[in-house]
Design a protein around this ligand. Structure first.
Ligand code: ATP
Ligand code: MG
Length: 498
């Protein structure tokens, strides 16, 4: 891995010369912008919930204050001789109390006090503060707000200075309405200021704490995807202990692992090329050795005759190994050309080529129905079957189970979207020690002369068809490998419904 300094993946990457308006428009669609609008909305909603009862309360207090001043004005009558005051004083008292008239109705008959101009206006609505419910006060508050202008209103309430008595006043509702409108504007202004301040605070906090780091993570992922082999694009993880910090550290580790894997892969690819070259030359040398050994075979020496075959077969095996390794090292297999393959005929071909038609020890059963066809690349399916059947033959030849005639059976079935082909034998089963790595190249060969590539190639070819190759059973009763291939119908459906 290179040790050059990491490139700073900072928030400055975004276009820098955007105007404030452009930034605001862009922020509207961003996560932080949405959070800001939502905060503003929530704060304004909260303010509405506070405003509604508070405006009702404001009106109530205003009316109670007016009642109290009117009551003080009417009490002046008590001190006056015969409960009467001059017209000028009446005017003065009413003006100070800001009411048209005031009446103090006593619990005892005949003690009522009344202060009024000659012709007090008739109230359009009456408000009784003694029996006002909370919802009622809210409804009446909005009525004053929208209809109170220019209206006269009667207000009734309990007398403060005379328990058990009632005060009644008639007032002009206009000043109350104006005071309430002023109050509402003040609340609205305050709400907007609080709402905006909260929203901005939330926006900048989120920006700093979450959005910027997430943008940095996203940018790092995008750049790393474009240059996975450049260690400068690996994110620099911060030491934050929250989710963002954990994500950064997780991403950092993942990028390091991925890069290490990529480098290892590149090294393996280089190694593979080198091995292929060596293999190629080795095979040429061995081929020359084969030619020389052919001449050796003609020498009429008993020792040469005895040791010769062993040498020839060793050279043959070495040539085969080189050829197989070279084949495997070649570029990926061509993609399959799918067509309808008559499976019974194909299995017959495999049987013939492997000399299993009249084999003295092995019975080969082609149990595939003559009408069965599968959707596959004919040549590739042939190679898959050859590998599997040859393996079965080898297993049966090396260790036939005593008292049981060796048998290989090929069966086909179709289940929904898949065609299944089973290749079963009644041999000794796959040794348990190699089952885990059975389909890995080179690692599992337990057959003398085998390269351990057959099953790896067979699986690669099957998977290129979109299918699977598995060992479905293995043990004392024998082994059974299953090839599953998607039917053309299923492939078509998968393309239509991704
Ligand atoms: N039907 C089977 N019964 C028992 N063992 C099997 C069977 N098929 C495969 N094996 C085991 O799995 C191993 C791997 O098989 P694979 O075909 O990959 O390699 P190979 O046969 O050894 O070499 P080659 O590359 O020449 O095919 C075999 O060596 C054998 O031990
Ligand atoms: Mg094999």
């Amino acid at each position: 891995m290179t040790s050059s300094a990491p490139i700073e993946i900072s928030g400055q990457e975004s276009p820098q010369h955007k105007s404030l308006l452009e930034r605001l428009v862009a922020a509207r669609h961003s996560l932080s912008g949405r959070v800001m609008s939502l905060t503003l909305l929530v704060v304004l909603l909260a303010e509405v919930f506070i405003y509604v009862p508070s405006i009702a309360n404001y009106r109530l207090m205003w009316l109670e204050q007016r009642l109290a001043s009117a009551q003080i004005a009417v009490l002046a009558l008590e001190e006056a001789p015969e409960g009467m005051v001059s017209e000028d004083l009446t005017d003065e008292l009413l003006r100070n109390a800001n009411v048209f008239s005031v009446a103090l109705r006593s619990a005892t008959f005949g003690d009522d006090l009344y202060l009024s101009k000659d012709m007090p206006p008739e109230p359009v609505v009456w408000e009784d503060l003694r029996s006002l419910s909370v919802p009622g006060s809210i409804v009446n508050a909005f009525e004053t707000l929208f209809r109170g202008k220019g209206r006269n209103m009667g207000v009734r309430g309990a007398a403060k200075f005379r328990p058990g008595s009632t005060v009644e006043i008639v007032i002009d509702e206009t000043p109350l309405c104006a005071a309430m409108i002023d109050y509402s504007w003040n609340i609205l202004r305050l709400s907007l200021v609080i709402g905006l301040a909260t929203a901005l605070f939330v926006y900048f906090s989120l920006m700093r704490l979450t959005i910027r780091p997430i943008e940095r993570i996203t940018r790092s992922m995008e750049r790393f995807r474009q240059h996975p082999d450049d260690s400068r694009y690996i994110i620099e993880a911060s030491d934050r202990s929250d989710e963002v910090g954990r994500t950064e550290r997780g991403l950092y580790e993942m990028q390091c692992d991925l890069q290490a894997a990529l480098h290892q892969r590149a090294r393996l690819a280089e190694l593979g090329t080198a091995v292929s070259k060596i293999n190629h030359d080795l095979r040429n040398i061995l081929t020359s050795a084969q030619l020389v050994s052919d001449q050796l075979a003609r020498i009429d020496d008993p020792k040469v005759r005895r040791l010769g075959p062993k040498l020839f077969s060793a050279i043959d095996r070495a040539v085969d190994l080189c050829t197989d390794t070279l084949k495997y090292g070649r570029a990926a297999e061509a993609s399959p050309h799918i067509s309808k393959v008559a499976l019974h005929v194909l299995v017959d071909d495999v049987q013939t080529l492997l000399g299993l038609e009249d084999h003295k020890d092995i019975t080969f059963v082609n149990a595939v129905d003559e009408t069965t066809s599968v959707d596959a690349d004919q040549d590739q399916l042939y190679r898959i079957l050859m590998n599997l059947v040859r393996n079965a033959v080898q297993a049966l030849t090396i260790a036939a189970v005593e008292g049981r005639r060796s048998e290989i059976r090929v069966i086909a079935s179709e289940t929904g979207a898949m065609s299944a082909i089973d290749i079963c034998d009644n041999g000794p089963g796959v040794p348990e020690t190699i089952r885990g790595d059975l389909f890995k190249p080179f690692s599992t060969s337990a057959t003398p002369g085998g390269t351990g590539l057959g099953l790896a190639i067979a699986r690669e070819l099957t998977e290129a068809h979109g299918g699977t190759l598995e060992l479905v059973s293995s043990g004392g009763e024998g082994s059974c490998f299953r090839i599953c291939l998607p039917t053309a119908r299923a492939v078509k459906r998968a393309h239509v419904e991704p």
